[in-house]
Design a protein around this ligand. Sequence first.
Ligand code: OSB
Ligand code: MG
Length: 368
Amino acid sequence: MKLDGVEIVHIRMPLVGAFRTSFGTEAVRETLLLRAVAGDVEGWGECGASESPLYSGEYTHGAAEVLARHLIPALSAVPEIDAHGVAPALSAFKENRLAKAALETAILDADLTSRGAPLSYALGAVRDRVACGVSVGIADSIPELLDDVEGYLADGYLRIKLKIEPGWDVEPVRAVRERFGDIMLQVDANASYERSDIDHLLALDDFGLSLVEQPLPADDLLGHAMLARRLSAPICLDESILSARAAATAIELGACRIVNIKPGRVGGYLEARRIHDLCAAHGVPVWCGGMLETGVGRAANVALAALPGFTMPGDTSASARYFAEDLTEPFVLDDGHLAVPTGPGIGVAPDPDRLAAVTVARQWIPLR
Ligand code: OSB
Ligand code: MG
């Protein structure tokens, strides 16, 4: 495949409700869509970055800059590119995984579209629908949190993930468990605790949680292993797992028993697939995380979540949980599940009018 170029489309889309985590509040999804063009074929990828570098060091304007200045131009050195050639062509550039993932995904979509193959098939999916959970932000009060959770359970979500942080942990978890009984319940701290909080975190074991996600800093695998020896609930890692190698290390150290796979965080769907395979070989369950994606990113996440090792419900929620109007045909929850797209590539494309309405800037980077 010969690429003509890649367009960077900078978008801003209001969320239906502000999403509060330990690292900040996001009310508008501000990110990039990439459109790779090769002759009459095009492919789309969505960047996981947001306006500020609060989840990782990447942020939307920085991702656009590194893509325009370094990552996209580096592809001109490869005369015939396919999806598997992207990561090697970018490997000299350190970090910037969210940006690299978006670029690889756009080319993967174009590549698979030209071959007529769905992403789910290319990755090895075994299901045509995936079980969905929902990530519930920190609320202003426990009654408001209970209202939020009640709404999501009424929608049919199969598990609830509560965002926690120091000062918003045991009491909200207790309130949700007491009010809603035997639901599948888990928490995500986004690295907001320290090793000195380990005794406090053990109190979470009173609530039968399915997992505790990323309690400690991303680089503290040993701290997670120390906590894991004392906590009954399994630890799941998100921010710590940047590659298959990091996953292998975390598993070997006993730092986690479950892995959240977010394709953006690990540099793309191909590395995500390798992490899935590694975890499956170790008997470690995985589930698909999310970065508040539009339908473009969601389509690809749902394809990944259909692989056999994804045995827990993902943060692959329906379009309506995020946006009043999605960029693609909306993903609609049916009996707690989303259908895996069946078309070639990621199986969706943004509606041109909808996209135009949320676009704040576009930049075309020619490759020939
Ligand atoms: O830690 O999983 C996380 C959103 C943005 C950044 C980090 C995280 C999240 C979520 C929401 O939890 C997942 C989603 O619904 O997309
Ligand atoms: Mg997380």
